[in-house]
Design a protein around this ligand. Structure first.
Ligand code: PLP
Length: 439
């Protein structure tokens, strides 16, 4: 009996003992193709020698120094690199230990910005019904997953939620993409007006929706409209790139493909690619200058912010991505994966939609392709798919339909950027086998 409080309190998962390239090996010698990179984490696969060497070198020099006394070369170099690579004047970086911490930090930085701007009445965030921003109380309050929020509801701040950009289900057949997008933006504007723009801190969204919804890219012009509304009403736009950032969609930041500059961006997963727990908030100059010229401090901090070994790992990951031209590989391999998925599942009676960007893809599972009727949540289809996939030696990331009680199941794929065409072919064929058994 394990002493760990596992995700399931009823069963202990297999024990992972090794990893090599896109494969994870368990203690019984089973090999699993990592087609989901955990949950879009392992962008360089497992056991990458350059990252491991960089971590060793940093541990040999210095494993830890508290940031109230010191900074370190590793943290400074990583922050400089992130700032250099980020679009526009996203020049300031706060390093944390994961995605939820990055979100909490962004919420507090946004709030403090307005406090120091003489607008302490601003307290409201607007987010989307189909979103996941993390599991800590602030991030959980923002997220659209009602099932996850439910037990903690009395502890959570009020958040106004608006419709996601989810064409497959929400755009009417006779509606143009333009009209659909305009409707979403009108709803966001109404929400801002209803709350009173002077009370709103910011609007938060994932540029490409990840786990809660499944690899959903925005419609053209959606984020341009979001940026215009945020500017019109003087509120901040926070882009949560914890899942879709750091190259996962083919550009370093997913929002770059929308030609829009957010005020704050959160990073996680792909930043350290799983080699160390690390996340970051990247902030535009005006935000940090306001605090610098005001109180002179950001009233925040955790013991492990700017951890040097995590920073060294993330720096090595980012260097490999650039040196090996992996952003281009993501775009090319992403197109291959799309072709393979469409070939294998395009006519599948229970696959309603195949969507994604770069190497972030999802299949939406439906009972009926014509009506898009989802499977009943009580079937817990995502659990069956996960189990069958594991039995076929495949890791995918299936999720149930738990977005405010609506919507269907989907399977998320986020293979490492180093996957070859042959790897992708094997992933798709094992997924076919798993779905044939599970459905
Ligand atoms: N934001 C998004 C978009 C995510 O996908 C996740 C995790 O899945 C988080 C935030 C939270 O990150 P973490 O699990 O590292 O706390």
């Amino acid at each position: 009996m394990s002493h760990i409080i596992h995700r399931s309190l009823r069963r202990t998962p297999p024990v992972a003992v090794g990893g090599d390239g896109i494969t994870i090996i368990d203690s019984k010698g089973n090999h699993y193709l990592d087609a989901s990179g955990g949950a879009a984490v392992s962008s360089l696969g497992h056991g990458h020698p350059d990252v491991i060497d960089a971590m060793h070198a940093q541990i040999d020099r210095l494993a830890y120094a508290h940031t109230s006394f010191f900074t370190t070369d590793a943290a400074e170099e990583l922050a400089a690199r992130i700032a250099y690579d980020a679009p526009g004047d996203l020049d300031h970086v706060y390093l944390v230990s994961g995605g939820s911490e990055a979100m909490e930090t962004a919420l507090k930085l946004a709030r403090q910005y307005f406090v120091e701007s003489g607008e302490p009445q601003r307290r409201l965030f607007i987010a989307r019904r189909q979103s996941y921003h993390g599991n800590t109380l602030g991030a959980l309050a923002l997220g659209g997953n009602a099932f996850r929020r439910k037990p903690y509801a009395p502890l959570l701040m009020d958040v106004t939620r608006v419709a996601p950009c989810y064409e497959y289900r929400d755009r009417q057949q006779d509606q143009s993409v333009f009209a659909y997008t305009a409707g979403l933006l009108a709803e966001l504007e109404m929400a801002i007006i209803a709350a009173g723009p002077e009370n709103v801190i910011g609007f938060c969204a994932e540029p490409v929706v990840g786990a809660t919804g499944g690899a959903i890219p925005p419609t053209p012009g959606y984020f341009t409209g979001v940026r215009e509304l945020c500017d019109k009403y003087g509120i901040l736009f926070i882009a949560d790139e914890v899942m879709c950032g750091m190259g996962r969609t083919g550009t370093l930041y997913a929002i770059e493909q929308e030609n829009v500059l957010p005020d704050l961006v959160t990073l996680g997963k792909g930043l350290g690619a799983g080699y160390q727990p690390i996340g970051a908030v990247v902030a535009r100059d005006a935000i940090v200058q306001r605090l610098r010229n005001g109180s002179g401090v950001f009233q925040h901090g955790h013991t492990y912010v700017g951890h040097p070994v995590a920073a060294a790992a993330a720096l090595a990951v980012q260097r490999v991505i650039q040196r090996d031209c992996l952003l281009g590989a993501v775009t090319v391999r992403g197109a291959t994966l799309r072709r393979m998925l469409r070939g294998a599942f395009g006519e599948h009676p229970h696959v309603g939609d195949i969507r994604g960007r770069g190497l972030l893809w999802a299949l939406e599972l439906v009972r009926d392709r014509e009506t898009k009727e989802p499977f009943a949540p009580s079937l817990k289809l995502h659990e069956a798919v996960r189990a069958q996939a594991m039995a076929c030696g495949l890791m995918v990331y299936p999720m149930g339909g738990t977005i405010d009680g609506e919507r269907g199941d989907h399977i998320l794929l986020a293979p490492p950027f180093i996957a070859t065409d042959a790897d992708l072919g094997e992933i798709v064929s094992r997924l076919q086998e798993a779905l044939d058994t599970a459905l």
